[in-house]
Write a protein that binds this ligand. Structure first.
Ligand code: AKG
Ligand code: FE2
Length: 363
């Protein structure tokens, strides 16, 4: 989340509600290759698939926080622009998630409409890898800052990936090579706005899901994000707990691509957004999600072999699709209700070089 100055603009998160216990990982310690921090990061990536990444105390991290604040300012303005104007830039799911999503375009679990809007920019577009997409003037006038944000976020992701390589005994650069900035991908920066909900009619705004891509860096200031605790039923409200936003930190989570590549060792955990708790529920909620997707032609097969700790796939177990086709397949499945999202991965794992033969997707 941005710095304390931005938190001070909002009512406080209540201190008397249960919250998820996320491990706090420090960017500065990952940059310094501290083994205990790397181990803690890996453990959180397997057990919960969510952790807090603290940017304070690192020059790179603090520059990123500053730019995140600029993104929050843009978020507020773009999502508060007149809806008729924004509909000129509407997104086109399932093939493109870039652009504007109007209020209520998606459904929550019980079939009622969602309660949020978003505007998503494409990394390829903003870094000049693809031909420019059309945007409202506000976004056009901030291309330089958005491009800088993509570069900063991608550099952080590459660092996280280098620790995954180390932990899984993969050659350096393996995970980063699945999502370089130089190859076209569906990677985007999503600016989300959740209007306050009327008292007496409060419910889920964004349905429970796992992220399709590899990694997400999420900033928010007010609460509302909830994660499903491991081994809990998504239909049971008691299994969902709020994540408390912390100044100077992002919430980082792993997505389904990581489960595919790691043969189920890494975890992609269900999460959803509901009304913000306490006084925070009375104000609009903004969040900022950098959603990393593998490059379009990337293989979704396991990164097994060559001494890695990832178990080899059994006959027929490997995912034969490339990332582009797999993402469309999954997006259509989720929208049509063919696929019910569930937390995946976090499977048992032997770190002493002895591999365990386990299937992908078991919970
Ligand atoms: O708005 C949030 O806090 C979460 C957004 C999210 O989970 C997503 O866009 O995938
Ligand atoms: Fe998500």
């Amino acid at each position: 989340m941005p710095t304390k100055a931005y938190f001070d603009k909002y009512p406080p998160f209540p201190d008397d509600i249960p919250v998820a216990q996320l491990t706090r990982i420090h960017l500065s310690k990952l940059l310094a290759n501290e083994k205990t921090e790397s181990d803690a990061f890996f453990s959180a990536s397997r057990k919960l698939g969510f952790f807090l990444l603290d940017f304070e105390g690192s020059e790179e991290g603090e520059a990123f926080l500053k730019n995140a604040e600029i993104m929050f300012d843009i978020n507020k303005e773009v999502n508060e622009t007149d809806v008729d104007e924004m509909m000129k830039y509407a997104y086109r799911p399932p093939h493109s998630l870039f652009g504007y999503k109007a209020l209520g375009d998606l459904k929550v679990e019980d079939g009622r409409p969602d309660r949020f809007t978003f505007y998503t920019t494409s990394q390829d577009d903003m870094t000049d890898l693809s031909k420019p997409l059309s945007h409202p003037p506000l976004i056009e006038s901030h291309r330089a800052e958005i491009k800088a944000y993509f570069k900063q976020a991608h550099s952080i992701i590459s660092l996280v990936c280098s620790h995954l390589d180390f932990q899984l005994h993969l050659p350096p650069g393996t995970f980063a090579s699945m999502q370089p900035m130089t190859s076209p991908s569906g990677t985007g920066l999503r600016m989300l706005r959740y209007p306050p909900q009327p008292e007496g009619d409060r419910r889920t705004s964004l349905l429970g899901h796992t992220d399709i891509g590899s990694l997400t860096i999420l900033f928010n200031i007010t609460g509302g994000l909830q994660i499903l605790l491991p081994n809990k039923d998504p239909k049971d409200d008691a299994g969902w707990v709020y994540v408390k936003p912390e100044p100077g930190c992002a919430i980082v989570n792993l997505g389904d691509a990581m489960v595919e590549w790691s043969g189920g060792i890494l975890r992609s955990n269900m999460h959803r957004v509901t009304f913000a708790p306490g006084e925070q529920g009375k104000v609009p909620r903004y969040s900022l999600a950098y959603l990393v997707r593998p490059f379009g032609d990337a293989s979704m097969k396991r990164l097994a072999g060559g001494g890695s700790l990832i178990p080899e796939a059994e006959e027929g177990e490997d995912n034969e699709m490339n990332a582009r086709d797999w993402e469309v397949y999954k997006a259509i499945g989720v929208r049509s209700g063919r696929v019910n999202a569930s937390s995946r991965g976090g499977l048992p794992f032997k770190s002493e070089g002895e591999k365990v033969g386990v299937g992908v997707g078991a919970n």
